[in-house]
Design a protein around this ligand. Structure first.
Ligand SMILES: C[S@@+](CC[C@H](N)C(=O)[O-])C[C@H]1O[C@@H](n2cnc3c(N)ncnc32)[C@H](O)[C@@H]1O
Length: 239
Protein backbone atom coordinates (compact mmCIF):
# COMPACT_ATOMS: atom_id res chain seq x y z
CA UNK A 1 0.00 0.00 0.00
CA UNK A 2 1.38 3.46 -0.88
CA UNK A 3 2.04 5.59 2.12
CA UNK A 4 -0.13 8.67 2.24
CA UNK A 5 3.02 10.78 2.58
CA UNK A 6 3.82 9.96 -1.05
CA UNK A 7 0.66 11.70 -2.16
CA UNK A 8 0.75 15.31 -3.28
CA UNK A 9 -1.64 17.03 -0.93
CA UNK A 10 -0.65 20.42 -2.28
CA UNK A 11 -1.83 19.83 -5.87
CA UNK A 12 -4.86 21.99 -6.51
CA UNK A 13 -6.32 21.95 -10.02
CA UNK A 14 -6.79 25.27 -11.74
CA UNK A 15 -9.14 26.42 -14.49
CA UNK A 16 -6.58 24.97 -16.89
CA UNK A 17 -7.64 21.52 -15.62
CA UNK A 18 -10.98 21.80 -17.34
CA UNK A 19 -11.48 19.68 -20.48
CA UNK A 20 -12.94 21.03 -23.70
CA UNK A 21 -16.42 22.32 -22.91
CA UNK A 22 -19.06 20.29 -24.66
CA UNK A 23 -17.58 16.80 -24.31
CA UNK A 24 -19.79 16.15 -21.26
CA UNK A 25 -22.97 16.67 -23.28
CA UNK A 26 -21.98 13.73 -25.48
CA UNK A 27 -20.62 11.41 -22.81
CA UNK A 28 -23.45 11.94 -20.32
CA UNK A 29 -25.93 10.37 -22.76
CA UNK A 30 -23.56 7.56 -23.69
CA UNK A 31 -22.82 6.65 -20.07
CA UNK A 32 -26.37 6.38 -18.69
CA UNK A 33 -27.28 2.86 -19.91
CA UNK A 34 -24.00 1.49 -18.53
CA UNK A 35 -24.42 3.26 -15.20
CA UNK A 36 -27.99 1.96 -15.00
CA UNK A 37 -26.65 -1.53 -15.55
CA UNK A 38 -24.05 -1.12 -12.81
CA UNK A 39 -25.96 0.97 -10.26
CA UNK A 40 -29.61 0.02 -10.45
CA UNK A 41 -30.24 -3.42 -8.95
CA UNK A 42 -32.25 -5.81 -11.09
CA UNK A 43 -35.92 -6.02 -10.13
CA UNK A 44 -36.38 -7.90 -6.90
CA UNK A 45 -38.97 -10.69 -7.49
CA UNK A 46 -40.16 -10.38 -3.87
CA UNK A 47 -40.49 -6.62 -4.37
CA UNK A 48 -38.92 -6.13 -0.96
CA UNK A 49 -37.39 -2.66 -1.13
CA UNK A 50 -37.34 -2.11 2.64
CA UNK A 51 -34.11 -3.98 3.28
CA UNK A 52 -32.35 -2.62 0.23
CA UNK A 53 -29.40 -0.29 0.89
CA UNK A 54 -29.77 2.84 -1.29
CA UNK A 55 -27.05 3.34 -3.88
CA UNK A 56 -25.21 6.55 -2.97
CA UNK A 57 -22.66 7.81 -5.50
CA UNK A 58 -19.98 10.30 -4.55
CA UNK A 59 -18.79 11.91 -7.78
CA UNK A 60 -15.30 13.39 -7.47
CA UNK A 61 -13.97 15.97 -9.95
CA UNK A 62 -17.52 16.77 -11.12
CA UNK A 63 -16.31 19.68 -13.26
CA UNK A 64 -19.32 21.92 -13.86
CA UNK A 65 -21.84 19.20 -13.01
CA UNK A 66 -23.17 18.44 -16.46
CA UNK A 67 -22.82 14.69 -16.00
CA UNK A 68 -24.23 14.50 -12.50
CA UNK A 69 -27.29 16.67 -13.23
CA UNK A 70 -28.19 14.43 -16.17
CA UNK A 71 -27.49 11.19 -14.29
CA UNK A 72 -29.74 12.45 -11.47
CA UNK A 73 -32.62 12.91 -13.91
CA UNK A 74 -32.09 9.61 -15.69
CA UNK A 75 -31.42 7.45 -12.61
CA UNK A 76 -33.92 8.68 -10.02
CA UNK A 77 -33.41 5.78 -7.61
CA UNK A 78 -29.71 6.61 -7.20
CA UNK A 79 -28.50 9.38 -4.84
CA UNK A 80 -25.66 11.53 -6.19
CA UNK A 81 -23.26 13.72 -4.23
CA UNK A 82 -21.21 15.90 -6.60
CA UNK A 83 -17.87 17.36 -5.50
CA UNK A 84 -14.96 19.38 -6.84
CA UNK A 85 -11.61 20.77 -5.71
CA UNK A 86 -12.09 24.12 -7.47
CA UNK A 87 -14.40 26.77 -5.97
CA UNK A 88 -15.30 27.91 -9.49
CA UNK A 89 -16.54 24.41 -10.28
CA UNK A 90 -18.46 24.02 -7.00
CA UNK A 91 -20.36 27.20 -7.91
CA UNK A 92 -20.79 25.94 -11.48
CA UNK A 93 -22.22 22.60 -10.34
CA UNK A 94 -24.77 24.36 -8.11
CA UNK A 95 -25.78 26.51 -11.08
CA UNK A 96 -26.05 23.51 -13.42
CA UNK A 97 -28.20 21.60 -10.93
CA UNK A 98 -30.57 24.51 -10.40
CA UNK A 99 -30.82 25.30 -14.11
CA UNK A 100 -31.61 21.64 -14.84
CA UNK A 101 -34.78 22.19 -12.80
CA UNK A 102 -34.09 19.26 -10.55
CA UNK A 103 -36.64 19.09 -7.75
CA UNK A 104 -35.11 20.50 -4.53
CA UNK A 105 -35.93 17.18 -2.82
CA UNK A 106 -34.26 15.43 -5.69
CA UNK A 107 -31.62 12.77 -5.66
CA UNK A 108 -28.76 15.16 -6.49
CA UNK A 109 -27.27 16.85 -3.44
CA UNK A 110 -25.75 20.31 -3.38
CA UNK A 111 -22.06 20.11 -4.38
CA UNK A 112 -19.30 19.97 -1.77
CA UNK A 113 -15.68 21.03 -2.00
CA UNK A 114 -13.35 18.03 -2.05
CA UNK A 115 -9.79 17.60 -3.28
CA UNK A 116 -9.26 13.85 -3.75
CA UNK A 117 -5.72 14.29 -2.43
CA UNK A 118 -6.97 15.44 0.95
CA UNK A 119 -6.92 12.87 3.76
CA UNK A 120 -9.86 10.53 4.38
CA UNK A 121 -10.92 12.67 7.36
CA UNK A 122 -11.51 15.57 4.92
CA UNK A 123 -13.53 13.29 2.65
CA UNK A 124 -15.71 12.37 5.65
CA UNK A 125 -16.08 16.03 6.62
CA UNK A 126 -17.05 16.94 3.06
CA UNK A 127 -19.66 14.17 3.00
CA UNK A 128 -21.01 15.28 6.38
CA UNK A 129 -21.35 18.84 5.06
CA UNK A 130 -23.31 17.47 2.09
CA UNK A 131 -25.83 15.83 4.43
CA UNK A 132 -25.78 12.47 2.63
CA UNK A 133 -28.11 10.42 4.80
CA UNK A 134 -26.81 6.98 3.79
CA UNK A 135 -23.27 5.66 3.41
CA UNK A 136 -21.54 6.21 0.08
CA UNK A 137 -21.42 2.92 -1.81
CA UNK A 138 -19.88 4.09 -5.09
CA UNK A 139 -17.22 6.65 -6.06
CA UNK A 140 -17.39 7.93 -9.63
CA UNK A 141 -14.48 9.71 -11.35
CA UNK A 142 -15.00 10.87 -14.94
CA UNK A 143 -12.02 12.24 -16.90
CA UNK A 144 -9.87 12.67 -13.81
CA UNK A 145 -7.11 10.06 -13.94
CA UNK A 146 -5.36 11.38 -17.06
CA UNK A 147 -6.03 15.07 -16.32
CA UNK A 148 -4.31 15.15 -12.93
CA UNK A 149 -1.08 13.81 -11.41
CA UNK A 150 -0.92 10.03 -10.80
CA UNK A 151 -1.16 10.86 -7.09
CA UNK A 152 -4.89 11.47 -7.70
CA UNK A 153 -5.29 7.88 -8.88
CA UNK A 154 -3.42 6.65 -5.82
CA UNK A 155 -5.55 8.84 -3.54
CA UNK A 156 -8.77 7.70 -5.20
CA UNK A 157 -8.10 4.07 -4.26
CA UNK A 158 -6.49 4.85 -0.91
CA UNK A 159 -9.36 7.05 0.29
CA UNK A 160 -11.90 4.80 -1.43
CA UNK A 161 -10.64 1.87 0.61
CA UNK A 162 -11.24 3.91 3.77
CA UNK A 163 -14.64 5.34 2.82
CA UNK A 164 -16.40 2.51 1.00
CA UNK A 165 -17.94 -0.63 2.49
CA UNK A 166 -17.02 -4.11 1.27
CA UNK A 167 -18.34 -4.57 -2.29
CA UNK A 168 -18.35 -0.78 -2.70
CA UNK A 169 -17.34 0.32 -6.20
CA UNK A 170 -14.99 2.79 -7.80
CA UNK A 171 -16.11 3.59 -11.34
CA UNK A 172 -13.88 5.59 -13.61
CA UNK A 173 -14.25 6.76 -17.20
CA UNK A 174 -11.70 8.18 -19.60
CA UNK A 175 -8.93 7.15 -21.95
CA UNK A 176 -6.41 4.54 -20.92
CA UNK A 177 -3.55 2.57 -22.39
CA UNK A 178 -3.96 -1.24 -22.37
CA UNK A 179 -0.80 -3.25 -21.67
CA UNK A 180 1.18 -0.05 -22.22
CA UNK A 181 -0.24 0.47 -25.73
CA UNK A 182 -2.17 3.54 -26.79
CA UNK A 183 -5.62 2.78 -28.21
CA UNK A 184 -4.78 4.64 -31.43
CA UNK A 185 -2.95 7.59 -33.00
CA UNK A 186 -5.52 10.02 -31.59
CA UNK A 187 -4.52 9.03 -28.07
CA UNK A 188 -0.81 9.48 -28.87
CA UNK A 189 -1.55 13.08 -29.89
CA UNK A 190 -3.81 13.55 -26.87
CA UNK A 191 -1.05 12.33 -24.56
CA UNK A 192 1.31 14.93 -26.01
CA UNK A 193 -1.24 17.69 -25.52
CA UNK A 194 -1.80 16.60 -21.91
CA UNK A 195 1.94 16.54 -21.16
CA UNK A 196 2.39 19.95 -22.83
CA UNK A 197 -0.21 21.39 -20.45
CA UNK A 198 1.17 19.69 -17.32
CA UNK A 199 3.91 17.08 -17.38
CA UNK A 200 2.36 15.31 -14.37
CA UNK A 201 -0.75 14.50 -16.43
CA UNK A 202 -0.96 11.62 -18.89
CA UNK A 203 -2.95 8.64 -20.12
CA UNK A 204 -2.63 5.88 -17.53
CA UNK A 205 -1.93 2.25 -18.36
CA UNK A 206 -4.95 0.39 -17.03
CA UNK A 207 -3.11 -2.92 -16.72
CA UNK A 208 0.34 -1.78 -15.62
CA UNK A 209 -0.52 1.20 -13.40
CA UNK A 210 -4.17 1.48 -12.39
CA UNK A 211 -5.07 -2.16 -11.70
CA UNK A 212 -1.94 -2.71 -9.54
CA UNK A 213 -2.68 0.49 -7.61
CA UNK A 214 -6.30 -0.60 -7.11
CA UNK A 215 -5.18 -4.02 -5.96
CA UNK A 216 -2.74 -2.50 -3.42
CA UNK A 217 -5.78 -0.90 -1.82
CA UNK A 218 -8.00 -4.01 -1.93
CA UNK A 219 -9.96 -3.32 -5.15
CA UNK A 220 -10.51 -5.89 -7.90
CA UNK A 221 -11.15 -5.00 -11.53
CA UNK A 222 -14.63 -6.38 -12.27
CA UNK A 223 -15.68 -4.88 -15.62
CA UNK A 224 -14.29 -2.89 -18.54
CA UNK A 225 -16.71 -1.39 -21.09
CA UNK A 226 -15.25 -0.18 -24.41
CA UNK A 227 -17.03 3.04 -25.33
CA UNK A 228 -16.82 5.59 -28.15
CA UNK A 229 -13.59 7.40 -29.02
CA UNK A 230 -11.54 4.59 -27.46
CA UNK A 231 -12.68 5.57 -23.99
CA UNK A 232 -13.21 3.00 -21.27
CA UNK A 233 -15.65 2.76 -18.39
CA UNK A 234 -13.91 0.73 -15.70
CA UNK A 235 -15.46 -0.78 -12.58
CA UNK A 236 -13.50 -1.82 -9.49
CA UNK A 237 -15.00 -3.51 -6.45
CA UNK A 238 -13.68 -3.48 -2.90
CA UNK A 239 -12.92 -7.02 -1.74
C1 LIG B 1 -11.22 17.20 -17.37
S1 LIG B 1 -12.11 17.84 -16.03
C2 LIG B 1 -13.41 16.63 -15.88
C3 LIG B 1 -14.66 17.21 -15.31
C4 LIG B 1 -15.89 16.31 -15.42
N1 LIG B 1 -15.71 15.10 -14.63
C5 LIG B 1 -16.16 15.97 -16.87
O1 LIG B 1 -15.80 14.88 -17.33
O2 LIG B 1 -16.76 16.78 -17.56
C6 LIG B 1 -11.02 17.40 -14.72
C7 LIG B 1 -11.56 17.88 -13.41
O3 LIG B 1 -10.80 17.27 -12.38
C8 LIG B 1 -10.74 18.15 -11.31
N2 LIG B 1 -9.63 17.74 -10.47
C9 LIG B 1 -8.33 17.63 -10.80
N3 LIG B 1 -7.61 17.27 -9.74
C10 LIG B 1 -8.48 17.11 -8.72
C11 LIG B 1 -8.33 16.74 -7.37
N4 LIG B 1 -7.14 16.47 -6.85
N5 LIG B 1 -9.44 16.65 -6.60
C12 LIG B 1 -10.66 16.91 -7.12
N6 LIG B 1 -10.86 17.31 -8.38
C13 LIG B 1 -9.77 17.39 -9.17
C14 LIG B 1 -10.53 19.51 -11.98
O4 LIG B 1 -10.89 20.57 -11.13
C15 LIG B 1 -11.41 19.39 -13.22
O5 LIG B 1 -12.69 19.94 -13.00
Amino acid sequence: MSSTSELEYDYVPTSNSWAAPGSASRTKVELVPYLRDILVPAADPTNDTTSRQPVVVLEVASGFGEHVAYFGQQLPSVVFQPSEAQDECVRGIAHTISSTNLDPRSNVNAPVKLNVLSPASSWRAALASGNVADPVTVILAINLLHISPFASTQALFDRGSQILPRHGKIITYGCFKRHDEFAGPGDVAFEKSLRDRDDRWGIRDLDGQVVPEASRHGFKLVKVYNLNSNNLLVVFEKQ
